[in-house]
Design a protein around this ligand. Structure first.
Ligand code: F6P
Length: 337
């Protein structure tokens, strides 16, 4: 068999561990041929590829980013908007002329949606979920998330000492797109006093009240963790708006920190390396059995898979019943209300 691997969408720590997991299992255990496709679906449109062997997949387990490169190319975008089938056709032709028996698509929500459409077009597809946001439907966890939470937690830990020295409020904005997973996990692990998630919304008056109440109770500093997806007026960043609102209303000096791409760069955590390796290996196992049109996933601590058609177009968001929220509320942490 001959398989192709591509990574698409925003990068995240653990993609290279997945490429290695898929590729080495395919080459060494199943005797398959493996090619890497550069820059996501752009590489499939241009036949920009490289042939992988065991050596080319060595030394990449702990590397951040993706050795294949990535792009946000969505080949079905025009088709969905105006019925233009050019790109999907080119991809199908190139898949066939490259002699592929399966295409492994490593990516986030958008990529799994594209993977499902390619599968409907008759290509053999396996999806592998990746994102720091942890918002992919059908899997309990995605690699990249643990690393991002570690980075964000370390940042919050560091903000504690400077906040305490200056008796300031520190507002820290973390990534997550429309989901609040990073804010929830890093906020709780970092001992934040207020955690604002897009899923729950917030009332700025309540946030100010909490900060003032803490000050009156002799707690001279506060840490507010804000997910980038929470609402704010106009085009202001949530951290910008919330920082100004707190300082103006409470009179307490308030500073903001936006962590940005720091959360996405660098080496994957050991947990993410092993998760990526397990998912990659399972992807190759599915290919060997001819079980296509599926996304590998984690269900509890078990690696399994789910139909791509069940995943496409859905988001996995935080709910207010989440154990960390319930427990946080019991301990006096404020979630914006
Ligand atoms: O999906 C990962 C992510 O880092 C989000 O948390 C963030 O909103 C988005 O990507 C940023 O995308 P871009 O790389 O296009 O700036």
């Amino acid at each position: 068999m001959k398989i192709g691997i591509l990574s698409s969408g925003g990068d995240c720590p653990g993609i290279n561990a997945t490429i290695r997991g898929v590729g080495k299992t395919a080459l060494m255990h199943y005797g398959m041929e493996v090619i890497g496709i550069h820059s996501g679906f752009v590489g499939l449109l241009n036949k920009d590829i490289e042939v992988f062997n065991e050596r080319s997949l060595s030394g990449i387990l702990n590397l951040g980013g993706t050795i294949l490169g990535t792009s946000r190319e969505k080949p079905f975008r025009k088709l969905l908007a105006s019925g233009d089938t050019e790109k999907p056709h080119i991809i199908k032709e190139n898949y066939e002329s490259l002699g592929l028996d399966c295409l492994v698509c490593i990516g986030g929500n958008g990529t799994q949606k594209t993977a499902n459409l390619l599968s409907q077009l008759g290509l053999n597809i396996i999806g592998v979920p990746k994102t720091i946001d942890n918002d992919i439907w059908g899997t309990d966890i995605t690699f990249g998330f643990d690393t991002a939470v570690n980075i964000a937690t370390e940042a919050i830990d560091r903000l504690h000492s400077t906040a305490s020295s200056h008796k300031r409020v520190m507002v820290v904005e973390v990534m997550g797109h429309h989901a609040g997973w990073i804010a929830l996990y890093a906020g709780m692990a970092g001992g934040a006093d207020v955690i604002l998630l897009p899923e729950l919304g917030y009332d700025i008056r309540k946030v100010n009240e909490v900060i003032l109440d803490r000050a009156h109770r002799g707690k001279p500093y506060s840490i507010v963790v804000v997910a980038e997806g929470v609402s704010s007026p106009g085009k202001t960043r949530p951290a910008d708006y919330i920082t100004r609102a707190i300082e103006e209303t409470t009179g307490i000096e308030t500073r903001e920190t936006v962590l940005g791409y720091i959360q996405r760069g660098g080496n994957p955590s050991p947990y993410d390396r092993n998760l990526a390796t397990r998912l990659g290996g399972h992807a190759t196992e599915l290919i060997s059995k001819g079980e296509f049109g599926r996304m590998v996933c984690m269900c509890g601590n078990n690696v399994t898979s789910t139909p791509l058609s069940d995943v496409a177009g859905k988001l996995k968001l935080v709910t207010e019943e989440h154990e960390l929220i319930v427990q946080g509320l019991r301990m006096g942490i404020n979630f914006g209300h």
